[in-house]
Write a protein that binds this ligand. Structure first.
Ligand code: 13P
Length: 257
């Protein structure tokens, strides 16, 4: 049985004060909800991590970074290490987000280095994969996913896979309001699970959680979550407001109850 996981990627939004306010607002809403059936993770900007960690103390809500470097320390100006993320209170880290691949030249190789370093430090990587519009229209979706999965996860063992989450985020659905249909999401999630089966066997593949990301909203979460291989969501815009994110968590909980 895979436990549903809903994560909020706050991207480059929220000052420290705003982040504390949002985390407190969510905490208040989650107290009213029975969300035990769902893992909830908040991923603020680096600057707000430790303050948000404090707000989340003993709430059962997880905390994640949005990126990480693969060395523990050193002369790498601007980078943040897995040890530093742990120190700030994170248990998770988003790796290989399409915005990092697109704007900061992340490759499968850097993604792979980051995953290994995160796992070594005891962080749970949320590894993002997904095709852009051009690739989808050219019929290359599966090829791109296969490349991201097979090359991004090179050298990751089956037991490490149990501490890793995959997020399928079609680039054309991110921030565009255009969600993949539940059928489109399921088709790719199933493809990812089959690939994992081929690489690691059924037991591992059946345990890895695969989130969907791309314009997830209160209006579409129930339909998306009703698909057998959709194990949660990685939410951008709708995670920045207490109302919409808590509604998404509540609706996801309803589906799995
Ligand atoms: P949106 O939910 O804003 O489309 O962003 C999705 C995303 O990129 C989450 O990582």
């Amino acid at each position: 049985m895979r436990k549903t996981i809903i994560a909020g990627n706050w991207k480059m939004y929220k000052t420290i004060v705003e982040a504390i306010e949002l985390a407190n607002g969510l905490k208040r809403e989650f107290f009213k909800l029975d969300f035990a059936a769902v893992d909830v993770v908040l991923c603020p900007a680096f600057t707000a991590l430790s303050e948000v960690a404090e707000v989340l103390t003993e709430t059962g809500i997880g905390l994640g970074g949005q990126d990480v470097y693969w060395q523990d320390e050193g002369a790498f100006t601007g980078e943040v290490s897995p040890v530093m993320l742990k120190d700030a209170g994170a248990q998770f880290v988003i790796i290989g987000h399409s915005e990092r691949r697109q704007f900061f030249s992340e490759s499968n190789e850097t993604v792979n280095n980051k995953i290994k370093a995160a796992l070594k430090a005891g962080l749970t990587p949320i590894v993002c994969v997904g095709e852009n519009l051009q690739e989808r229209e050219a019929g290359k979706t599966f090829k791109v996913i296969e490349d991201h999965i097979n090359n991004g996860l090179v050298g990751i063992s089956g037991s490490d896979m149990l501490n890793l989450v995959v997020a399928y985020e079609p680039v054309w659905a991110i921030g565009t309001g255009k969600t993949a249909t539940p059928e489109q999401a399921q088709e790719v999630h199933k493809f990812i699970r089959d690939l994992l089966k081929k690489n690691y066997g059924s037991e591992v593949a059946d345990s890895v959680r695969i989130q969907y990301g791309g314009s997830v909203k209160p209006e579409n979460i129930t339909e998306l979550m009703s698909k057998p291989d959709v194990d949660g969501a990685l939410v951008g815009g709708a995670s920045l407001k207490v109302d919409s994110f808590s509604t998404i968590v509540a609706k996801a909980s309803e589906v799995v109850k």
